[in-house]
Design a protein around this ligand. Structure first.
Ligand code: SAH
Length: 216
């Protein structure tokens, strides 16, 4: 890959070690973090700090999540190769790339046109090919449902019903729930209308916006 040097690879290895120290246990998840060239997802002014565990602005008022958050959500999904995963909030595409490194098929939705266009053009140039959709993540993708796993990468006030409907029985949905801070929440679908919930710690995300709030 162009612009990916031994130095960057070394920094990524250190990042994987740091995430392990912070409690990420899955070897596959750490391998995926080691594989994705995060510096290429950032505005060039942040490139030097790409492998620190911090979030960065990516334009349109949005952020690329911290590597720890990306790894944490990825780990909660318990991904198996070949699974169909729906991602809400494509953003920079970094989380998308990490999911693809886990060997799953990714359907990703973004509601900001500028970000959608940018990421749809960029990701394939570094070898990542999810299915891209411009639209409202609250609605999911009914025609491609059901999904084995669903990940929401923006802070949501509620769990959208449409997404619960589009989850396979036995499937897992991971969503940061809340307004100013979010509680990482895992929902397992155990029956057609039956769900189990587990809550993890506090995280901080940009908001998942509804139709009426779309200003762009
Ligand atoms: N996973 C991204 C993080 C993106 S931040 C990354 O790794 O870079 C959250 C993203 O969710 C933003 O790009 C925002 O525009 C998008 N978003 C917010 N509300 C949405 C909605 N209703 N549907 C789809 N995307 C939405």
């Amino acid at each position: 890959m162009t612009n990916d040097t031994y130095r960057h690879k070394g920094l990524r290895r250190q990042l994987a070690v740091l995430l392990k120290e912070k409690g990420i246990e899955g070897a596959e998840v750490l391998k995926a973090i080691e594989a994705v060239p995060r510096h290429l997802f950032l505005n060039s002014s942040f490139i030097e700090r790409a492998y620190e565990d911090i979030a960065f602005p990516i334009g349109s008022g949005q952020t690329i999540s911290r590597p720890h958050t990306v790894a944490f959500q990825t780990e909660l999904l318990e991904l198996k190769k070949g699974e169909k995963v729906l991602e809400i909030g494509t953003g920079s595409g970094y989380q998308t790339a990490v999911l693809l490194e886990m060997g799953v098929k990714v359907y990703t939705i973004e509601r900001q046109k500028a970000l959608f266009d940018l990421t749809k053009a960029f990701l394939p140039t570094i070898g990542y090919n999810p299915k891209f959709f411009y639209g409202d993540g609250y609605k999911g993708l009914p025609i491609f449902a059901p999904f084995n796993k669903i990940i929401i990468t923006a802070g949501a006030p509620i769990i959208p019903d449409a997404l619960l409907d589009q989850l396979k029985i036995g499937g897992i949905l991971v969503i940061p729930l809340g307004d100013k801070v979010q509680i990482m929440t895992l929902i397992k679908k155990v029956g057609p209308k039956k769900f189990e919930k587990v809550e993890y710690g506090e995280f901080k995300f940009v908001p998942l916006l509804e139709d009426k709030e779309w200003g762009d």
